[in-house]
Write a protein that binds this ligand. Structure first.
Ligand code: S3P
Length: 436
C-alpha cells in the first residue's frame, strides 16, 4: 500500500462504486457473536484494519473465528466464557474496539490491558473509565489515556447520563450492563448511532429531549446470522465526489441508511445535491438502500449545520467541509468539538488541508466557517495518519486546478482498503498514482 499518492483533477466520473462493509456494525456483530453461546455467522465482515483489530482482540481472548466464503463463523463462548489473554490486547487505531471491549472486559473474572497505536493512545478514555468505575470496575489509565488496565470485577447496574453524545461510550456501558447484577440505564442528551440498541433489540424511550436506553442482564443472547450493510461513512466520500465533479453519475448499492448515521444525505440535498435513494429495505435490523448521485444542475450552495444533527454526521464533517469549499456562499459548522478527539484533531486537520488547497477556512473552537466558491488548487498535503482526512483530501483533489500529493495515504486501510482503486476506477483510470 503506497504511503504517497497523487490525485489528478477530473471533469467527468461515472460508474458503480463498491462500498466496504460498515465498520461500526461489524465491531458490534463480532463482539455480540463472541458473547453469545454457539455458532454465529457474520455475512460480509470487512477486511479493513479497524474491524480486524476487534477480531484479533477477541481471538486473543480465546474466541474461535473461521472464514468460509463470504462469511465469518464465530464460536460464541458466552458472557463469562472469555479467557485471559497472554499479553496486552492491541486495538491498533480503533477507538470502537478499545471502548467497547473495555465494557466487556470490566465484567470478566480476569485482568486485561488494552493498548493502541500513537493516535489511539492520545484519545480520551476517562469518558468510559468513569461510568465503568461507578459500576464497580477497577480501571487504571495513564493520565486519562490508554493503556487501559482492567481488573475484572462483578458489576452493578447503574443509571448514567452521558455528558456528550457518544455511541462508543453508550455501547461500552450497555455491554458492561450485560454482565451486571441488575438493569443499567443510559440517558443520552441527543441521539447518537443506535446500532448496539438495534442489534440487542433494546428499546429507547424518548422523553422529549432525553432518551433512555435500558438493558437487563437477564436478556438472552442467542447465536445469530448477522449481515453487515455497506458503510454509509465510506459512501459519503463518493456522494461528495458525485456532487462536486462537473459531470458525474455514481451508484452505490446496499448502503446502510440508519438515520442516526445518514444525516449527510439531507445536508447535501439541502445544498443542492442530486441524490436518489431507491430499493429501501430493512436487513438484519438496519435500513439499507441503493444510492445514485448525479452532478447538481447548478452547483452546490452553502449550508449551516449544528446541534443535534452533528452526532448523526460526526464522521462525515471533513468531507462535508470539502463540499462546502466547492459550494457558493459561507458554510458554518458548529457544536462539533468532538472532532478534536478523533483519530486526529479533525477540525484542525480539515482547516489545514483546505487552506493548503486555497480555500478560506476559519477554525472555531467547535467548528469551521468555510467561504466556498474559490477554485481549489493542487497542493501537497498530509493525512496526519487519519483515514477520513486522507479520503477527504483525495476527493477535494478531484476539482483542484492541478495534481494533489497526499502523504501518509496508506491509512485508508483503517476503513476503506479499496478506496484508491474505486477512486481511480470512477474516472476510467489514470488519476491516482504513486511513486515507484
Ligand atoms: C462510533 C462512534 C463515533 C464515531 C466512530 C465510530 C461507533 O464515535 O466517530 O467512528 O462505532 O460507535 P463517538 O462515539 O466517540 O462519537
Amino acid at each position: 500500500m503506497p504511503s504517497i499518492v497523487t490525485v489528478e483533477p477530473v471533469v467527468a466520473i461515472a460508474g458503480r462504486i463498491t462500498i466496504p462493509p460498515d465498520k461500526s456494525i461489524a465491531h458490534r456483530a463480532a463482539i455480540l457473536a463472541a458473547l453469545s453461546e454457539g455458532e454465529n455467522q457474520i455475512v460480509g465482515y470487512p477486511d479493513a484494519a479497524d474491524p480486524q483489530s476487534t477480531l484479533a482482540v477477541l481471538g486473543a481472548l480465546g474466541v474461535e473465528v473461521e472464514e468460509r466464503e463470504d462469511s465469518l463463523f464465530v464460536q460464541g463462548v458466552g458472557r463469562q466464557g472469555l479467557r485471559a489473554s497472554d499479553g496486552p490486547l492491541d486495538c491498533g487505531n480503533s477507538g470502537t474496539t478499545m471502548r467497547l471491549m473495555a465494557g466487556v472486559l470490566a465484567g470478566q473474572s480476569f485482568p486485561s490491558a488494552l493498548i493502541g497505536d500513537d493516535s489511539l493512545s492520545q484519545r480520551p478514555m476517562e469518558r468510559i473509565a468513569e461510568p465503568l468505575r461507578r459500576m464497580g470496575a477497577s480501571i487504571e489509565l495513564d493520565d486519562g489515556h490508554a493503556p487501559i488496565r482492567i481488573q475484572g470485577n462483578s458489576l452493578s447496574g447503574i443509571t448514567y447520563t452521558l455528558p456528550t453524545a457518544s455511541a462508543q461510550v453508550k455501547s461500552c456501558i450497555l455491554l458492561a450492563g450485560l454482565m451486571a447484577d441488575g438493569p443499567t440505564t443510559v440517558i443520552e442528551p441527543s441521539p447518537s448511532r443506535d446500532h448496539t440498541e438495534r442489534m440487542l433489540g433494546l428499546t429507547t424511550l424518548d422523553l422529549g429531549g432525553e432518551r433512555r436506553i435500558a438493558i437487563d442482564p437477564a436478556m438472552d443472547l442467542p447465536p445469530r446470522i448477522w449481515i453487515v450493510p455497506r458503510d454509509f461513512s465510506a459512501a459519503a466520500f463518493f456522494l461528495v465526489a458525485g456532487s462536486i465533479v462537473p459531470t458525474a453519475t455514481l451508484v452505490m448499492r446496499q448502503v446502510g441508511l440508519n438515520p442516526s448515521r445518514a444525516a449527510l444525505l439531507d445536508v447535501l440535498s439541502a445544498m443542492g445535491a442530486r441524490i436518489e435513494v431507491t430499493n429501501e429495505r430493512t436487513r438484519a435490523y438496519e435500513p439499507i438502500g441503493d444510492i445514485r448521485v448525479n452532478a447538481p444542475e447548478s452547483g452546490l450552495h452553502a449550508v449551516d449545520v449544528a446541534g443535534d444533527l452533528i452526532p448523526n454526521l460526526i464522521d462525515e464533517i471533513p468531507i462535508l467541509a470539502v463540499a462546502a469549499a466547492c459550494a457558493e456562499g459561507t458554510t458554518t459548522i458548529r457544536d462539533a468539538a468532538e472532532l478534536r478527539v478523533k483519530e486526529t484533531d479533525r477540525l484542525a486537520a480539515t482547516a489545514q488541508f483546505l487552506r493548503a488547497m486555497g480555500a478560506q477556512v476559519e477554525e472555531l473552537d467547535d467548528g469551521l466557517v468555510i467561504e466556498g466558491g474559490r477554485p481549489l488548487q493542487g497542493a501537497t498535503v498530509d493525512s496526519q495518519g487519519d483515514h477520513r482526512i486522507a479520503m477527504a483530501e483525495a476527493v477535494a483533489a478531484l476539482t483542484a486546478s492541478g495534481p494533489t500529493t497526499i502523504h501518509n495515504a496508506d491509512c485508508i486501510e483503517v476503513s476503506f482498503p479499496t478506496f484508491w482503486e474505486e477512486l481511480d476506477g470512477m474516472a476510467g483510470g489514470g488519476i491516482v498514482s504513486s511513486p515507484a
